[in-house]
Write a protein that binds this ligand. Structure first.
Ligand code: AMO
Length: 436
């Protein structure tokens, strides 16, 4: 019976003047109950929107009226009634209801108030994440993330990239051993993948252009508002391409995603009070050396070869608003797979995409010559023997290739204006959080 009722239900957002006088069912949760003499106003929300259901004492059976006035807020209900014009300022139609069925009662007190009227700390909200997402301003973040993800995928497919899935249980570190999570793999030591780097490079020799959107794991101790231990990365790798080619693709991915979010998520951006504009391309570029000079001008002296820490990035972010690239990093600050500049081994063919002070992506031209890769491995203090599987692929004919990894969660921070990465991840994992 309920199954049939639910099959014939309308989403709250579908109710409009075209349905005036029609009998409808809406299923959702009770957000608010306001008794007003002989009337009860129930606000019922579903994932699509909200509707007001009005129960009148004179035309509703007594038991229905009692249920409507006493149902616990946030319970799951199905209401039935006739679509009427609404006198409320912000609604065009409402439901003149004659029945309410409770499908699942919410047990009070609830851990948080998902209407947002009573503020809760981020920690408390994350502990009750599914309930937290009943708050439209929290759900809006994930609708924007969904839209951006679809857009990114489409842009990369339009660029003739093939979507791939590479292993997440691996036998060898890729991005530096210190940030590896290890696990027992049938008695052998294995690790959770930090990135798809080696696989995506190998795949360029047969599939040409590949991309992967997946979760990666880093045992980083840094507990900041932009680091988590499990994050989503969008990875691209393209054969017969160099740094500048893949930077253009990254610009396309970022600007198209913003265009699509502006086109499809106006309501969500409004709830979040977020103003974004499509950035001008090409994005500004500064070299690492220029960044060091700028920092010196603003009183922070750094030597060539020192990494840009949070303090330095914050200073740079004050001078460079929005999207910009930092290019030509010292070779020793970049991983072994990054190519060096012709005639200058000290500088690499690399880039980071920044937004204010936040690093969103990094990438570059790769070393495609086996001997050079072996030298880069040794110079980075790594054991070439441990990379024998990877090095083998470089004897089968390896095209020149380039690519990047874009931190999706950080990109969504930019789109939504959130200042803590945990706001844009459904169930974040950090040093202190492994549940829910
Ligand atoms: P990198 O290590 O710079 O490069 O990672 C790429 C992007 O992933 C995001 N990111 C993170 N986001 C949240 N929390 C973290 N702990 C975290 N670590 C990284 C960032 C970063 O810019 N293989 C290379 C990419 C390449 O060259 O193709 C790589 O992994 O936004």
């Amino acid at each position: 019976m309920i199954k049939e009722v639910l099959e014939r239900r309308f989403f709250a957002s579908e109710l409009d003047e075209s349905l005036l006088g029609e009998k409808v069912n809406v299923a959702g949760w009770v957000e608010d109950i306001r008794p007003l003499g002989a009337l009860i106003f129930l606000t019922v929300r579903d994932a699509s929107g909200v509707v007001q259901a009005v129960f009148g004492k004179s035309n509703t059976p007594q038991d229905v009226f009692t249920t409507a006035s006493s149902v616990a807020r946030q319970s799951i209900v199905v209401i039935h009634g006739t679509v009427k014009e609404s006198k409320a300022k912000d609604m065009r139609v409402e439901i003149q209801s004659d029945s309410i069925e409770i499908l699942s009662l919410a047990t009070h007190p609830l851990p948080i108030d998902p209407t947002g009227r009573v503020d809760s700390s981020l920690d408390l909200r994350l502990d009750s994440r599914a309930l937290d997402l009943r708050n439209p301003s929290k759900a809006a973040i994930f609708k924007i993330k969904h839209t951006a993800l679809q857009s990114i995928r489409k842009t990369l497919i339009d660029e003739k990239c093939i979507e791939v899935n590479t292993p997440k249980i691996i036998g060898q570190a890729v991005e530096g051993g210190a940030t590896l999570f290890s696990l027992d793999y049938f008695g052998k030591e294995a690790f959770l993948a930090q990135s798809p780097q080696l696989y995506k490079e190998q795949l360029t020799l047969s599939l040409g252009r590949v991309f992967e959107i997946s979760t990666y794991f880093r045992a980083e101790k840094s507990h900041t508002r932009r680091h988590i231990n499990e994050f989503v990365s969008v990875d691209l790798e393209a054969a017969f391409s160099y740094k500048d080619d893949v930077m253009v693709m990254l610009e396309k991915v970022a600007t198209k995603a913003i265009e699509d979010v502006l086109k499809n998520c106006q309501d969500e951006l409004q709830i979040l009070n977020r103003d974004i504009v499509v950035p001008r391309i090409p994005f500004d570029k500064i070299t690492y050396s220029e960044a060091i000079e700028e920092l010196a001008e603003s009183g922070l002296r750094m030597n060539f070869g020192e990494d840009l820490d949070t303090k330095a990035l914050r200073k740079l972010g004050k001078r460079h608003k929005g999207f910009y690239f930092i290019v030509d990093w010292p070779t020793k600050l970049k991983p072994f797979y990054i190519e060096t500049k012709e005639g200058n081994y000290e500088i690499s063919e690399s880039f980071d995409l920044m937004y204010d002070y936040i690093e969103l992506a990094s990438g570059g031209t790769r070393v495609s010559d086996k001997e050079k890769l072996e030298r880069r491995l040794s110079d980075s203090g790594l054991d070439t023997k441990k990379f024998s599987d990877h090095l083998k692929a470089f004897t089968w004919g390896m095209p020149p290739h380039a690519g990047w990894g874009l931190g999706l969660d950080r990109f969504i921070m930019v789109l939504t204006g959130m200042r803590n990465i945990r706001e844009v991840v459904l169930y974040p994992r950090d040093r202190f959080r492994l549940n829910p």
